[in-house]
Design a protein around this ligand. Structure first.
Ligand code: SAH
Length: 252
């Protein structure tokens, strides 16, 4: 069967290195049974995943790739889902915890991570390829690289930077380097502060990241104590997830 013709608008950069593909799939926790692959394309990760004793579902938006997968892989067709991951109601497919894996299309990587955040009670683990810059941002726990999405993800996941990948490992090669990161759900079941407010605080802090928090968070009415007072002298980049929770709890 003819290879799939790479479509730029779908972020198709096919991995061509089998050793690397195997290494990536081996990053999944072996105990996990329910795996969802996002954007399998021609299935370079899939072929290592199907050798494992797992329930595997594929979600792929591109019909040409779907046809390719169906004719090359012996899988129950109902596990090859033709659709947009961002619009898929993953809760309707799974009643058990899942792991997600994928060489993600870069144009929707932030949206994928927001969806992970929204489905954090279902998604135990994510092994994903991102643009290197995004991978660094999500895995930074402090400092200038970190952003709103990094903090949100780190509230509920341990983030590990696993592999840097050269553009030459892909066909066609993307313009930038890539990296694989792994997210593992931590023990926090829910935030012990108002989640909506927490998001607003992080947004205000990061949208005005050059300002001290005292200025960036002016519009919030905070109940002061020594600790909060000290935190407000800093900029967003210096604060830990726990510090943001403390500030949220101090809103009157
Ligand atoms: N995993 C393959 C392909 C990676 S390219 C490999 O490593 O070679 C990214 C893949 O994501 C493409 O197959 C593309 O069609 C698919 N894709 C893009 N947007 C998607 C979406 N919204 N939902 C599901 N799949 C998507």
């Amino acid at each position: 069967m003819k290879p799939v013709k790479a479509k730029k608008y779908l972020g198709q950069h096919f991995l061509k290195d089998n050793n690397l593909a195997q290494e990536i799939t081996n990053l999944l926790n072996k105990e996990h049974q329910n795996i969802v692959e996002i954007g399998p394309g021609m299935g370079i990760l899939t072929k290592f995943l199907i050798t494992k004793k797992i329930n595997l579902k594929l979600i792929e938006i591109d019909l040409e790739s779907i046809t390719y997968l169906k004719s090359n892989f012996e899988m129950n067709e109902k596990n090859i889902i033709h659709g947009d991951f961002l619009k898929t109601d993953i809760k309707s497919y799974f009643n058990q915890k899942i792991s997600i894996i994928g060489n993600f299309p870069y144009n929707i990587s932030s949206q994928i991570l927001f969806k992970v955040y929204e489905n954090k009670d279902l998604i135990d683990e994510v092994v994903g390829m991102f643009q290197k810059e995004v991978a660094e941002r999500i895995s930074s726990t402090t400092g200038k690289k970190r952003g709103i999405l990094s903090v949100l993800i780190q509230v509920f996941y341990k983030v590990e930077y696993c592999l840097t990948i050269s553009e030459n490992s892909f066909n066609p090669p993307p313009k930038v380097k890539s990296a694989v990161i792994k997210l593992t759900r931590n023990r926090r079941r829910k935030l012990d502060c108002n989640e909506k407010l927490f998001k607003q605080i992080i947004k205000s802090a990061y949208n005005q990241r050059r300002k001290t928090l005292r200025n960036a968070l002016k519009s919030f009415n905070l109940k002061m104590n020594d600790e909060i007072n000290h935190l407000l002298t800093l900029r967003a980049e210096k604060l830990s997830v726990e510090d943001f929770i403390k500030i949220t709890k101090s809103v009157c």
